[in-house]
Design a protein around this ligand. Structure first.
Ligand SMILES: [Zn+2]
Length: 312
């Protein structure tokens, strides 16, 4: 990426997840501590896209609205049938009668989108974290930029010829629209096919567990086959294979379990990426740490070449 986005983030499974993309004025999930982590930067949040109502993804909204709500902002997107959000909105209006009513709450469902600023849209995608056939309780998101550009067959014309043609035929005959998928954010999610993520420049995907054994899913399903399904999460080797199929420009991994140390996570990512021969950079949001300007830090993969001092 020639000009990386400015991303500040905290993400630890069970405790809190929030990811702020400064250029988009967009917060992805709003776990505890988002205002304390961003301080004055939290005033730049105009839009909040919340993936589901687990408390570690939404309790930061209480302070955010109290400190920063004004003129209908922030606008908060939430999965259409997640009743926690209307209930929480009502609580905010009563608890903070000055700021609470300023917020805009916008239910969203897969394939629906809203404008965020002049040239961008946020779109919801289907999400399998909360298995519920009838209701939309969890979603993923992506940020789209629609561009109008000159149709291929006119690219060699001079400016005068283009102007003449536009006058004669109208601009739609000359221009076509093209959508860039600037960023996709999976949120909490289980195993998926590559399709929803194809074309994403940045893919932010959870990897709660480093291995299938750790996820305990197998043991759980054998012992409790009668119980309702647990909410779905992802396992690192699956996510790396998914990313290999998607081929994003950048992969960001988040939502690791706090049982892992950052060193253990990095080593496992490097090992997995090397064995799959991945060609794009991978960044990690390690548990328990706020990462500032993530994409201007050295990626975990590929590994930086050792400096001359280290080699000697
Ligand atoms: Zn979570």
């Amino acid at each position: 990426m020639s000009n990386p986005l400015t991303i500040t983030a905290f993400s630890t499974a069970l405790y809190s997840t929030w990811i702020f993309v400064e250029e988009f004025r967009l917060l992805l999930d709003a776990g505890d501590g988002v205002c304390a982590g961003l301080l004055g930067k939290s005033r730049k949040i105009d839009w909040v896209a919340v993936t589901h109502a687990d408390r570690d993804h939404m309790t930061g909204l209480l302070q955010l609205q109290q400190l920063n709500a004004h003129d209908g902002k922030p606008q908060i997107f939430y999965p259409r049938d997640a009743g926690s959000f209307p209930a929480f909105g009502e609580f905010c209006r009563q608890f903070d009668p000055r700021s609470g009513p300023q917020i805009t709450w916008s239910p969203i469902e897969p394939r629906q989108s809203y404008p965020i600023g002049d040239s961008l849209r946020i779109e919801a995608l289907p999400n399998n974290h909360i298995q519920n056939s009838a209701q939309i309780k969890s979603v993923s998101y992506r940020v789209l930029r629609e561009k109008r550009k000159l149709r291929e067959q006119f690219r060699d014309l001079s400016q005068a010829e283009i102007t003449a043609l536009a006058r004669r035929e109208g601009s739609d005959a000359l221009m076509e629209s093209h959508t860039d998928i600037l960023l996709s954010y999976a949120g909490d999610i289980g195993r998926t096919a590559p399709d929803p993520w194809l074309g994403s420049q940045i893919l932010i995907h959870e990897a709660t567990f480093l291995s299938e054994e750790d996820s305990g899913v197998l043991a759980q399903s054998k012992r409790h086959s009668q119980m309702p399904k647990r909410n779905q999460h992802s396992v690192l080797p699956d996510v790396l294979q998914l990313a290999k199929d998607v081929q994003p420009e950048v992969l960001v991994l988040n939502h690791f379990s706090s049982r892992y140390s950052p060193e253990e996570i990095e080593a496992t990512v490097v090992e997995g990426a090397a064995s799959l021969e991945l060609t794009f950079p991978i960044y990690v949001i390690p548990p328990g740490r706020i990462v500032r300007d993530l994409l201007r830090q050295p990626p975990v993969w590929p590994r930086a070449a050792p400096s001359p001092d280290e080699r000697s």
